[in-house]
Design a binder for this molecule. Structure first.
Ligand SMILES: NC(=O)C1=CN([C@@H]2O[C@H](COP(=O)(O)OP(=O)(O)OC[C@H]3O[C@@H](n4cnc5c(N)ncnc54)[C@H](O)[C@@H]3O)[C@@H](O)[C@H]2O)C=CC1
Ligand SMILES: O=C([O-])CC(=O)C(=O)O
Length: 325
């Protein structure tokens, strides 16, 4: 069956890095034909049309059609997967409340359009920042869709953590298992080495504690800003790559003996208030994310998880006060 994948912000830089990989089969697998639906604001529709021309010119065997629209009702009609990438970036002089409000104006209506028009098996990944709270806004505008279908992306943070640790220990990334990002996709996120394993042994025991605390955690948490500083633009290809990884694993399952990180609605596990869309260690089984249970959380980790979750609570309360959820 052909799967309809809707991408918002399709004419943006992540969109440009993402669409070709979806069309080539990397999102869902080499046996799954896809139809792409590109949602943009009216001013960017022409640019999206240009990208669609290039997609045509790749003659991807799995690509069974491209639609372009500036109307969420049309763009999400029958969608099976929605990648919500387009968001309102923070600009000079903008307060946090203004940012949340501007994004509420995007993610509320998109959530409603998903509620009213998407396919019953819709899966949503929010990439646009502030991703966790935008996902919460979209989810609360979609009461008929199971809450668990709304997720936010921390897979880029997860992949950054894998790569930093691999470089430190001079091991291939594939030797690292059970990495976790906890909390918010922001500078408060907590990349956890106390459960990660390298060659079957706990990662935190293979590095100096100072490195873990003063180098690893801030490097991962502030990597987005470092990329902006170096490139003059935010992460695009790596963000698109992480979005592919997230949806691929959600649909196809995570490998046995390992887990990954995704921001999903909390069921209260690990003291994270129920309903917050927070990053956890997760596995995907039968097309559903499940939080890995039973991990021991020491005082060092507890403090950091609580700080990031506290920030998510503040964001939730702010959008609640604005009437956005
Ligand atoms: N969760 C994560 O790990 C990451 C998140 N991001 C976030 O992803 C978002 C997109 O990044 P880029 O592609 O680099 O930005 P960009 O500015 O290149 O593209 C954004 C696109 O969204 C479109 N857009 C704006 N409002 C829209 C709406 N209401 N409906 C449909 N399209 C709309 C714009 O016209 C633009 O084409 C940003 O919010 C960025 O902060 C970026 C990197 C990593
Ligand atoms: O800050 C940004 O826009 C980019 C971002 O989320 C990241 O690279 O993690």
């Amino acid at each position: 069956m052909t799967v309809k994948v809707t991408v918002t912000g399709a004419a943006g830089q992540i969109g440009y890095a993402l669409l070709f990989r979806i069309a080539s089969g990397q999102l869902l697998g080499a046996d799954t034909p896809v139809k792409l639906s590109l949602l943009e604001i009216p001013q960017a529709v022409k640019s999206a049309e240009g990208t669609a021309m290039e997609l045509d010119d790749c003659a991807f065997p799995l690509l069974r059609g491209i639609e372009i629209s500036d109307d969420p009702a049309k763009a999400f009609d029958g969608a099976n997967v929605a990648l919500l990438v387009g968001a309102r970036p923070r600009t000079k002089g903008m307060e946090r409340g203004d940012l949340l409000e501007a994004n509420g104006g995007i993610f509320g209506p998109q959530g409603k359009a998903i509620n009213d028009h998407a396919a019953d098996d819709i899966r949503v990944l929010v990439v646009g920042n502030p991703a966790n709270t935008n996902a919460l806004i979209a989810q609360s505008a979609a009461p008929d869709v199971p809450a668990e279908r709304f997720t936010a992306m921390t897979r880029l943070d997860h992949n950054r953590a894998l790569s930093q640790l691999a470089a430190k220990l001079n091991v291939p990334v594939a030797e690292i298992k059970k990495m976790t990002i906890w909390g918010n996709h922001s500078a408060t996120q907590y990349p956890d080495l106390f459960h990660a394993e390298v060659g079957g042994k706990i990662a935190a025991e293979q590095v100096e504690q100072e490195w873990l605390r003063d180098t690893f955690i801030p490097t991962v948490a502030k990597r987005g800003a470092a990329i902006i500083e170096a490139r003059g633009a935010s992460s695009a290809a790596s963000a698109a790559n992480a979005a592919i990884d997230h949806v691929h694993d959600w649909v196809n399952g995570t490998p046995e003996g390992d887990w990954t990180s995704a921001a999903i609605p909390s069921d209260g596990s690990y003291g994270v208030p129920e309903g917050l869309i927070s990053s956890f260690p997760v596995v995907s089984r039968n097309g559903r994310w499940e939080i890995v249970q039973g991990l021991e959380i020491d005082a060092f980790s507890r403090e950091r998880i609580d700080a990031s979750v506290g920030e998510l609570v503040e964001e939730r309360d702010a959008v609640r006060a604005l009437g956005l959820i």
